[in-house]
Design a protein around this ligand. Structure first.
Ligand SMILES: Nc1ncnc2c1ncn2[C@@H]1O[C@H](COP(=O)(O)OP(=O)(O)OP(=O)(O)O)[C@@H](O)[C@H]1O
Length: 320
């Protein structure tokens, strides 16, 4: 677990870059820090890694205050992925990946086989990419090498600062998809910084929306969408609201608002299908019924009506 407790940090010009920040990240959870430029996301990440020291407050990894460890020991438990990848230009891909395992004193054979394995996992066949230099790779490939390097020594924690920020929108979407499917990341505790709302909702188990160094709200996608803590959070999500709502709501959420159907026609959709995917499915299939012990009849209109009924109830009772 990572615990940030009442942490503040100001730079020379006096204004707090981070102001009384507190949050916890559970083991295996992905927490996304989301906010406009300059709201303190990177500063927060750098304090967790001890690249910066907080003015006040404490940060714990497990039950250990990070002040009690040397920065080197601390950083061995953390992979750090940067927007510009931070790869060494004069090292080959394999040499870049080997950096942390070498610092940890792994023997050569172990380092080599781990580097080959992690490259394979990230769809960069070592025979083609192992001996090339970063500038010979595309942005997406460099990003994957950056991730491979951060994962090489299998650290339990991964800190990611705008990891897909330098990529064009299409590459960004495909690299993000691959990232989500990586089994290497399943058990890791991840803090990911982004200013991309869609990315935050796609990758975060919970999302922390920040503004001017302060947390505005920390919660699940549905909490932020249907129960915003203030106007800042509400307005921050307004532009993509419909898409975010459809992607965040699952069939199981709107289940009580769907009528039961007699027979079973159409394709059965699992209850954790998002309303977005369901709409896509219905566009091609016109109508369908979903199965989960009982059948529910479904078409586009019924789906939208059920979503609206869900939203009404949520705002009525104040929870999502
Ligand atoms: N080394 C530094 N010296 C002085 N001011 C700094 C330094 N690092 C950050 N700041 C200031 O602290 C504030 C927060 O910066 P930070 O980089 O944490 O924001 P951010 O949310 O990560 O922004 P971005 O999305 O643009 O990277 C900004 O006002 C920034 O100018």
């Amino acid at each position: 677990m990572i615990k940030v407790s009442h942490v503040s940090k100001s730079f020379s010009h006096g204004k707090n870059a981070v102001n009384d920040l507190s949050f916890e990240v559970q083991p295996g959870e992905t927490l996304v820090l989301l906010g406009t430029s300059g709201c303190g996301k990177t500063t927060t990440l750098r304090m967790i890694n001890r690249l910066l020291i907080p003015d006040t407050g404490d940060i714990f990894i497990g039950d250990k205050n990070i002040n009690t460890e040397t920065p080197e020991t601390l950083r061995r438990s953390m992979g750090y992925v940067l927007q510009n990848t931070g790869l060494f230009p004069h090292y080959t891909v394999l040499e870049n990946i080997a950096v942390v395992p070498q610092l940890l004193g792994w023997d050569k054979t172990r380092i080599h086989s781990r580097a080959l394995a992690i490259l394979e996992k990230l769809r960069l066949p070592p025979a083609t990419y192992g001996d090339v230099y970063p500038q010979q790779l595309s942005g997406g490939q460099q990003q994957r090498v950056g991730l491979a390097r951060a994962l090489a020594a299998d650290p339990p924690i991964l800190l990611m600062d705008e990891p897909f920020g330098a990529l064009d929108p299409l590459t960004r979407i495909s690299v993000r998809k691959e990232f989500k499917l990586l089994d290497e990341l399943n058990s890791k505790t991840i803090i990911l910084v982004t200013h991309d709302v869609e990315e935050a909702f796609e990758l975060g188990n919970r999302i922390c929306i920040m503004n001017e160094g302060r947390i505005q709200q920390l919660g699940s996608a549905t909490e932020l969408l249907f129960n915003p803590a203030n106007d800042f959070v509400r307005h921050f999500l307004d532009k993509q609201r419909l898409e975010l709502e459809l992607k965040s709501l699952r069939l199981r959420d709107i289940w009580p608002y769907l009528d039961s159907a007699g027979g079973s026609t159409g394709t059965a959709l699992p209850p954790d299908t998002s309303c977005w995917d369901t709409l896509e499915h219905l566009t091609g299939n016109k109508a369908g019924s979903i199965l989960d012990g009982q059948n529910k009849h479904l078409d586009g209109n019924i789906l939208i009506t059920a979503i609206n009924a869900y939203k009404k109830t949520v705002s009525q009772y104040g929870h999502a």
